[in-house]
Design a protein around this ligand. Structure first.
Ligand code: CP
Ligand code: NVA
Length: 308
């Protein structure tokens, strides 16, 4: 790995994403080892988590390491200790940090001052571990032997141009995928992510389009993806967002525009009846629980690669 940290999907090159996915496939077949024997890894959470916290803790244990789950409310971070001091101090005890943070910039600051690898378990800007799990899920359901086969795969993402959208755009750019996003006006992904992912897509022959028409985005898609309409920290906006995002719901009408047997994807937690219907989430094309399981396998690969 050329990077110390995994904070953005763009921290990994195309080849490094391939390598992580291939390693994850192997770790899924052979889950237990001593790759992290004697290593202690801190898992810091400034926001709630089910999948990220449990999958990281279990994955570290399966690799022979010791996970410490730390609610940020019991750390001095809560009382204003800076990311830089926290990063420097924790580097003296731990072998790596996984952090779910309110502010992406805080994670970058902490990583800059920490001597140990930092892995993002979600920020306001990105959620790269989730996208790695999503990619492995697509490979499995489409029987791809090598991640290079993801090139040209058509994904439609409906909803908020949020952290999930950003990491997906970068992944699609790196891997040469065709990603169409449909977002309401005013909820487009950040311009910086549009530029970065387009630059990557130019090299990989990928394509990233941002539309406002969900049916046009879904047309011919091989996977349909959505995420909550109000992310963690945006709870006060939920009522207004419900109105704005209603036309972007993942439902049977949208599915009818997609390719036959298109995968139905969601990072979870889901709000049935809002961004996705019960019918689709529980339907035969849904792979959401495989996505959740694959968090475990890809994160173990990331840890093993960064702590080598
Ligand atoms: N998808 C995801 O990151 O889930 P959690 O918020 O439960 O960790
Ligand atoms: N966009 C969501 C993702 C949750 C996994 C959030 O940030 O809350």
């Amino acid at each position: 790995m050329s990077t110390k940290d995994f904070i953005s999907m763009a921290d990994l090159s195309q080849k490094e994403i391939w390598d992580v996915l291939l390693m994850a496939k192997n770790l899924k077949k052979k889950p237990f080892s001593r790759k992290l024997h004697g290593r202690s890894i801190g898992l810091i959470f400034q926001k709630p988590s089910t999948r990220t916290s449990v999958s990281f803790a279990v994955g570290i244990t399966q690799l022979g390491g010791h996970p410490l789950i730390l609610n940020a409310d019991i750390l001095q971070i809560k009382r204003g200790e800076s990311p830089r001091d926290t990063g420097r101090v924790l580097s003296r005890y731990l072998d790596a940090i996984v952090i779910r943070a309110n502010r992406h910039e805080d994670v970058i600051e902490m990583a800059g001052f920490a001597d140990i690898p930092l892995i993002s378990g979600l920020t306001d800007k990105e959620h790269p571990c989730q996208v790695l799990a999503d990619l492995l899920t697509i490979m499995e359901h489409r029987k791809m032997k090598h991640p290079r086969e993801l090139a040209g795969f058509r994904v439609a993402y409906l909803g908020d141009g949020n952290n999930m959208a950003h990491s997906w755009m970068l992944a699609a750019g790196s891997l040469g995928m065709h990603l169409r996003l449909a977002c309401p006006k005013g909820f487009f992904p950040l311009v910086g992510y549009q530029e970065k992912s387009n630059a990557l897509a130019k090299k990989s022959k990928g394509k990233i389009e941002i539309l406002t028409d969900p049916m046009a985005a879904a047309k011919g898609a091989q996977a349909l993806y959505t995420d909550v309409w109000a992310s963690m920290g945006q709870e006060s906006e939920i009522q207004s967002r419900k109105q704005i995002f209603a036309p972007f719901q993942l439902n049977s009408h949208v599915l009818s525009a997609a390719a036959p047997k298109a995968l139905v994807m969601h990072c979870l937690p889901a709000h049935r009846g809002e961004e996705i219907t019960e019918e689709l989430l529980e339907g035969p094309q849904s792979v959401v629980f495989d996505q959740a399981e694959n968090r475990l396998h890809v994160q173990k690969a990331v840890l093993a690669a960064l702590l080598k």
